[in-house]
Design a protein around this ligand. Sequence first.
Ligand code: ADP
Ligand code: ADP
Length: 225
Amino acid sequence: KLLMSVKKVSKTYKTKENELTVLKNVNLDIHEGELNVIMGPSGSGKSTLLSMMGLLDKPSGGEVRLLDEVVSTHSHEDLTDLRAEHLGFVFQDYHLVPNLSALENVSLPLLLKNEMSRRERDKLSGELLDSVGLSHRYTHFPSSLSGGEKQRVAIARALSNQPKIILADEPTGNVDTETEMKIIEIFQVLKKQRVGMLIVTHNEIFKQYADHLYTLKQGELEKVV
Ligand code: ADP
Ligand code: ADP
């Protein structure tokens, strides 16, 4: 099943002096249970593409479809709701809230959704921390966690609203090899759960796990596998 697609997407940034076209005619599909990997040098447009797919910014041309619906023309408020309902984000620099514990960070999206009791939220968040190997870190604050632990908290948080799609920007950027393997195992489990994933990375290790591999060069996306 097709979860998300990018069709003929272009993006041009306009400043006072000039225009810069950062994405050119990009096409990309995310299917259920598939791991899609994009590699490309700095400045090639990876973050820009992620923000289009994350419904954080709108394309200059073309469209983004989510579950068969064109969403790139929706209002800001609509996009916020769609993000909360369907998407999970993992950032290179974690984006954890410093004055909340690991458990509270994972619970945050659930709290914002306001559909569960405190007890239910804590239960699910605890299970998610268990699933990323952090049963012993519930009450720890981000400042007392290692980089790899912070990244796993961030992954658990991205999963807490049970998204159909995970978008990850360099998810193994600041972690050791052991954590890298744990993160890859988490992605493998998500594949079995039919989550569709898009990972933007410089890490060559993802090549062997990718169902589809792309390279982005100067705004042009090329399918390698
Ligand atoms: P590089 O240029 O080394 O490839 P990236 O382009 O991956 O680095 O990231 C540049 C910065 O932009 C990072 O700090 C990253 O966390 C941030 N970033 C990337 N994508 C998004 C996004 N969709 N929303 C918010 N921040 C993002
Ligand atoms: P990557 O993530 O691959 O490093 P980015 O998507 O961050 O690439 O950036 C691609 C190009 O777009 C870069 O030349 C960058 O300077 C430019 N760019 C990114 N965001 C903006 C913006 N908001 N306004 C103008 N130029 C931008």
